[in-house]
Design a protein around this ligand. Sequence first.
Ligand code: G4P
Length: 527
Amino acid sequence: MSKAIDDTLQQEVEKRRTFAIISHPDAGKTTLTEKLLLFGGAIRLAGTVKARKASKHATSDWMEIEKQRGISVTSSVMQFDYNGHRVNILDTPGHQDFSEDTYRTLTAADSAVMLIDVAKGVEAQTIKLFQVCAKRGIPIFTFINKLDREGRSPFDLMEELEQVLGIRSVPMNWPIGTGRELCGVYDRMKNQVELFQGNDHSTIQVQKVEDYNDPVIREMAGDYLHDQLCQDLELLDVAGDQFDLEKVQKGELTPLFFGSAINNFGVQTFLENFLQLAPPPEPRRSTAGLIEPTNEKFSGYIFKIQANMNPAHRDRIAFMRIVSGKFQRGMTVKHVRVGKDIKLSQPQQFLAQDRDIVDEAYPGDIVGLFDPGIFRIGDSLSQGSEIVFDELPTFSPEIFSKVTVKNALKHKQYQKGIDQLTEEGTIQVFHTVSFDDTILGVVGQLQFEVFEYRMKGEYGVDVQLQRMPYQFARWIVDDQIDPSKFRINSTLVKDKKGNYVVLFENEYAMRTAMEKNPTAKFLETAP
Ligand code: G4P
């Protein structure tokens, strides 16, 4: 490859930032996403993303369930340019009904933005998503939102981040007053104050100062708020963590920002700092070692498959994260698992809400590939070589249902559907050791609905799902497995590869079983 193309690749990689926003529903993810897109000029009117969330799809190319429920079942990606950066926001469903797709999408991100409601603090869904990111050790940036409302004290929230999530934080800015008294924030990195103006807190005045003791702040904010600010920041200077880029990059320290997405307050500062500190596309592990994004040979992997975007054609979109090299429309690549060359002819990219055909893309970008049924989650695609990327992680199911087919004559199609949908990663399937019942495991209720819908739509089978009382699955590794030991508030099942798994109704039952079986290992996911 020529030097010029090499340089272009390098530049394209360096300017990219691919991240996901993780939050609990209602923290303001839609609002923040929209503001970020507005900065990038990717959408012209506020409310566009909101409208999508509120199920205003006029077109027929979203899943029926999505339309009925007014939620984004499957996550997609939004791209915009800002200050010389190309930003890819991976959208994870904000609804409580998230699924394994949500988790897998996080594997395609190089960093995460954790959005927290100032009044509610760290909430359940945030914890789960945080843990997936933390396992990968990706940098996590925290935005405390809704600062215009009464909320918890910043110190209290920092304490909670450490206690609940086990991550220390370093405030990049600090609120001057809170709730109704909030008049702005002090930027600790740039030594400047950003002030709200007007009742709607919308206009922002930015003023450079010497430091937080500067009398200019006292003039702007009054004695009381300035005294409070000085006290807080002195404490932070003495007792707080210093900003440490290396720790941030390893995900050991989270830069903390305060703001209000709806008022557009603190959002731009956040975006600018984030783009500067967040990593460009990272290399990925494979059978051929680490694949650097600047490797001139194209490679990528599939992290999500969205079925039935157009029910009339039953087409599917496979979402590919580009790992290395340059992607070009129509290029021929090796589909490593099936050992065949394929032509990537109808690639799509997702800009705000429209889908566009993409001609070229670079590492960090997500491309939607038309999938006539040839892709599986985790598939590797590469140019020239046979590299296989590390398997995507699986996640421990938490909700279980026994599944039966309503019409016994349809058993064959039923079996085929279960096999294919498990392969695809839509659900996890288990069989009880005692009665050979089929039990499905998922991380979000929505997965059951998608399963039921697709069994009917694609395989013509009506299924019946009966909710089981289990909450935890643990894969057991032991020389001798005695099924009689797993009867109280638990049941022994096998996964599709024949591994033994115990399903537990509660934590107490799980702990008891672990104590009674000291030689066994209990794993959260398949060994
Ligand atoms: P989500 O995607 O995380 O679920 O949250 P979303 O952006 O939809 O925001 C949830 C609610 O919080 C919305 O109000 C939104 O307007 C509000 N919100 C977002 N950012 C801020 C903020 O900085 N300050 C305040 N006070 N509110 C904020 P809603 O009443 O549910 O919807 P809507 O009627 O405003 O559309």
